[in-house]
Design a protein around this ligand. Structure first.
Ligand code: PLP
Length: 370
């Protein structure tokens, strides 16, 4: 069976975990966490990076920092992972869904303005498949209405938009290092703080609502409960693993791009025959090959293709069930107008195996054509 995903180990993970063990510093915010913070800051240009135990945790921190109150609204796509919406629902806010673009499958920036009300507090830009949203337009709308922009860049580590790293463009950005992503630590994530106003409060929220970070830097002489918060930081064992991966991030991205390009050229002729549509990457977006997906012509086609690939021992997977039609979505969120593209994509998108070391791209494409 060719699996859909296979976590790639770079080789140095054990060594750094052994060092963390020898350091006898297993809780968070030790040297490996510091190395990871510096790496993210240097490689993205963000003002401050904070490791979290997941992208979900980073999104929850962003929702607290955005200060959304019960009844406030947050504009986002429905074609995304549950955590994008859940983080705000946990604060009592209401996700307001707008449709996605047919080309990139990202939030349609031309639909955002009409969805803004007096209750709107933020826009969440989810960079699907590591391909950037139209950030210039989104930032301009946010500035015009004094809204915050939070980038869900869970899939966007090592991607950029007009030369700027994803996650480092909005006021806040979030990364995932889950084992299904490109650069991994099992579970893991980071919050990128691009607006300095949020740095101090973010440190407090991440440390259970205490000013422990300031205490450790000697800025205050005791630490205490000063705000709401939770335990959002990962242990040093996780950070040690991630440090090994981050150092190989360029290599991982190159290898993935190579496989992505193999798919993309092998499938050109099937697109020309009208059998499927390949991903579309705008010129201003440098992507990280997080995903290779195809769009089939119908739900029935996709079901049949998945079944036949399975018979040939190739695992392919669908992606999001649009949130607005999910049980919790019906309860906690609303849509602004109908979402025809979201619904159509939800029915027709199929993801193909993509992992470092995959050598069967041609065989997969042949099987797909059959
Ligand atoms: C993976 C993913 C998340 C959640 O990441 P975790 O690190 O597993 O919490 C959130 N949003 C998007 C778009 C994702 O792809």
């Amino acid at each position: 069976m060719i699996p859909f995903n296979k976590p790639y180990m770079v080789g140095q993970e054990h060594k750094y975990i052994d060092q963390a063990h020898a350091n006898k510093k297993l809780a968070g915010d030790g040297v490996f966490t510091k190395y990871c913070h510096e790496w993210i800051e240097q490689n993205t240009g963000t003002k401050k990076a904070l490791l979290t135990h997941s992208c979900t945790a980073a999104l929850e921190m962003a929702a607290i920092l955005a200060d959304v109150q019960p009844g406030d609204e947050v504009i986002m796509p429905s074609y995304t992972f549950v955590s994008t919406a859940n983080a705000f629902v946990l604060r009592g806010a209401i996700p307001v869904f707008v449709d996605i673009r047919a080309d990139t499958l990202n939030i349609d920036e031309t639909l955002i303005e009409a969805a803004i009300t007096s209750k709107t507090k933020a826009i969440v830009a989810v960079h699907y498949a590591g391909v950037a949203c139209e950030m210039d337009t989104i930032m301009a709308i946010a500035n015009k209405y004094s809204l915050l922009v939070i980038e869900d860049a869970a899939q966007g580590v090592m991607s950029s938009y007009k030369g700027k790293a994803l996650g480092a463009i909005g006021h806040l950005g979030t990364y995932s290092f889950h084992e299904t992503k490109n650069v991994i630590s099992g579970e893991g994530g980071a919050l990128l703080i691009n607006d300095e106003r949020f740095i101090q409060r973010a440190e407090i929220i991440r440390e259970k609502g205490t000013n422990r970070s300031r205490f450790l830097r000697g800025e205050v002489d005791k630490y205490t409960w000063v705000d709401i918060g939770s335990s959002y930081l990962p242990s040093e064992i996780i950070a040690a693993f991630l440090w090994a991966q981050l150092q190989e991030a360029n290599h991982i991205t190159d290898k993935r791009l190579d496989i992505w390009n193999q798919y993309n050229s092998a499938l050109t002729k099937y697109e020309e025959k009208g059998l499927l549509r390949r991903p579309i990457v705008p010129v201003e977006c440098q992507q990280n090959a997080h995903m290779y997906y195809i769009l089939l012509n119908s739900f029935e086609d996709r079901t049949a293709v998945m079944q036949r690939l399975k018979e040939k021992e190739i695992q392919s997977v669908t992606h999001y069930v649009p949130l607005h039609n999910a049980p919790a979505g019906l309860k906690y969120s609303r849509k602004h107008n109908e979402l025809p593209i979201t619904e159509s994509i939800g029915d027709r998108l199929l993801r193909l195996p993509l992992w470092v070391g995959l050598e069967e791209v041609q065989a997969i494409c042949d099987a797909l054509f059959e």
